[in-house]
Design a protein around this ligand. Structure first.
Ligand SMILES: Cc1cc2nc3c(=O)[nH]c(=O)nc-3n(C[C@H](O)[C@H](O)[C@H](O)COP(=O)(O)OP(=O)(O)OC[C@H]3O[C@@H](n4cnc5c(N)ncnc54)[C@H](O)[C@@H]3O)c2cc1C
Length: 474
């Protein structure tokens, strides 16, 4: 019998044939398990794909891509669903939760991770070898999506650089259904473009990432009450203005609702959270962060010597799925006037519904470029400003308006680009890449995905047009 949810041009026989090739599972909209497989960490990202292939291995990914190409259907890929994109329905979604293997090569200081691995698993595996990856703030974020979007580590980034710059190999299924092994020496242009171009060029099945000899750090978080917001933000400018690459600090204005999921001390109140990570001795760290000790009394202070595996204590990100919208921008500088703008728009007296407004310090190795570096377009930035609003659509809509107004007011200090991992649902490739880099990426896209098969669930890079077509469009 034909599944009534499939569209007329896809025959049930073809779907059955695909299902019979898979080690993993296939779901169509009427199937039990379909909704659970499509569910994302961001509960506002509930796609309604025509088919879901819950891949168990690279052969499943190849079969799904070939099926989609044969039926003229676009392909999307999701690991955890942390990042919001415009909702889509008529497409094939490949989910990678079933591909979570992590192998450490201690001698080469690398980890080979499958497409569905999350950071918590890699950190734990690397720990046993006395090593650490360039992971993000949250253990639940997917490795591949994070790395292909740049990869800003809140502990190691300023010292070692973008995670996308420390990838030695990528296995990817391209639009022709081929599994390609990419390195500096094998298809180097595609290898570079993937690292920042995300799922625009194919579905990664595994990658090899760099590890670093780090087993501990000094840091944690200091929380302050609302009345100290402006003073703490100015102290933050002071600290980061003199920070060596070993010190990373960020600051967040937290506007948590009165719900049981939030720790009692922070529930239903506005607080300021300074996050600190230092690769060195406690005594040296304390000298560097001294302004945070004197600016105001701490409400909560968790700073201290930490094993690297306690990295999540720095940001204390939420771990449960929630509905949210996010927006971000990149700043070249953070003068006092920019801080005052942030306080006026999202501070305790602003009436802003934004749940978290975060400023992270970049620079150091994150500002460096080198031959073979990835296409991450945030090297000239010195700060990210990112906001997320959690709640029903009317609340997130109001939060989005506040964030848009804030970003417009911050424009005098902005680089004009958006950091891909902190981008909103509406962000486009034009917002992320400089025009000449985007043109190059579009030419690579044309070579590997001329029909733009990989156009959902990403910041799409359209294939370059032929000169004749381009002229006709003008
Ligand atoms: C709580 C939280 C903390 C975060 N902390 C940081 C941080 O410290 N630093 C930072 O840089 N970012 C951070 N992020 C942003 C995060 O890196 C991005 O949201 C990233 O896209 C998440 O990847 P994912 O695989 O978990 O999410 P998904 O939504 O599953 O994937 C995001 C996108 O990545 C691409 N992708 C995923 N898998 C593949 C694949 N196999 N092949 C090709 N493309 C693929 C696709 O385009 C997909 O749409 C954070 C996000 C949250 C919600």
């Amino acid at each position: 019998m034909t599944d009534p949810h499939l569209c007329a041009d896809i025959h049930q026989d073809a779907v059955d044939a695909l299902a019979s090739q898979l080690t993993g599972s296939l779901f169509t909209p009427g199937d039990p398990g379909y909704t659970a497989e499509a569910v994302a960490f961001n509960l506002r990202s509930q796609h309604r794909p025509l088919l879901i292939v819950a891949a168990a291995d690279h052969a499943d990914v190849r079969a799904a891509v070939r099926f989609a190409a044969a039926h003229g259907l676009p392909v999307g890929v999701m690991a955890t669903g942390h990042q919001p994109f415009p909702l889509a329905d008529r497409f094939v979604l490949i989910t990678t939760r079933g591909m979570g293997a992590v192998e450490i090569d201690a001698a080469r200081r690398t980890a080979r991770v499958e497409a569905g691995a999350v950071w918590g698993d890699v950190v734990e595996a690397a720990r046993t070898a006395g090593l650490a990856p360039l992971n993000g703030s949250s253990p639940g974020v997917g490795v591949v999506g994070y790395v292909l979007g740049g990869g800003l580590s809140p502990v190691l980034g300023r010292k070692y650089g973008w995670a996308a710059d420390h990838v030695s190999a990528i296995d990817v299924v391209t639009a022709d259904g081929q599994l390609r092994h990419l390195t500096e020496d094998s298809e180097p242009e595609l290898f570079r473009s993937m690292r920042g171009g995300r799922s625009n060029f194919g579905v990664v099945t595994s990658m090899e990432i760099g590890l670093f000899p780090v087993t501990s750090f000094y840091g944690g978080g200091i929380f302050y009450t609302a009345e100290h917001t402006a003073a703490v933000l100015h102290a933050y400018r002071d600290v980061v203005g003199r920070a060596p690459d070993e010190l990373t600090c960020s600051v967040a204005l937290l506007n948590f609702p009165p719900v049981p999921e939030v720790p009692e001390m922070l529930r239903g109140r506005f607080t300021v959270h300074v996050r600190i990570a230092f690769l060195g001795e406690a005594e040296e760290a304390e000298k560097l962060i001294a302004p945070f000790r004197t600016v105001a009394p701490a409400l909560i202070d968790t700073t201290g010597e930490q094993p690297y595996s306690a990295f999540a204590a720095v940001h204390q990100d939420p771990t449960d799925p929630a509905p949210y919208e996010e927006q971000g921008t990149l700043l070249a500088t953070l003068p006092g006037a920019a801080v005052d703008t942030v306080v006026a728009r999202t501070g305790p007296h602003s009436g802003s519904p934004v749940t978290v407004l975060e400023i992270r310090h970049l620079g150091g190795a994150l500002g460096e470029s080198h031959v073979g570096a990835s296409v991450v377009a945030a090297r000239e930035a010195r700060f990210t400003v990112w906001g997320a609003t959690v709640g029903p659509p009317e609340v997130t809509g109001a939060g989005t308006e506040v964030m848009e107004a804030l970003m417009a007011e911050l424009r005098p200090w902005a680089t004009g680009r958006t950091y891909q991992n902190f981008a909103s649902r509406e962000t486009t490739a034009d917002d992320i890449f400089a025009p000449e880099e985007l043109e190059r990426l579009r030419r690579i896209k044309k070579l590997y995905d001329p029909a733009n098969l990989f156009r959902v669930n990403n910041h799409n890079i359209a294939p370059a047009m032929d000169p004749v077509t381009a002229d006709a469009e003008r």
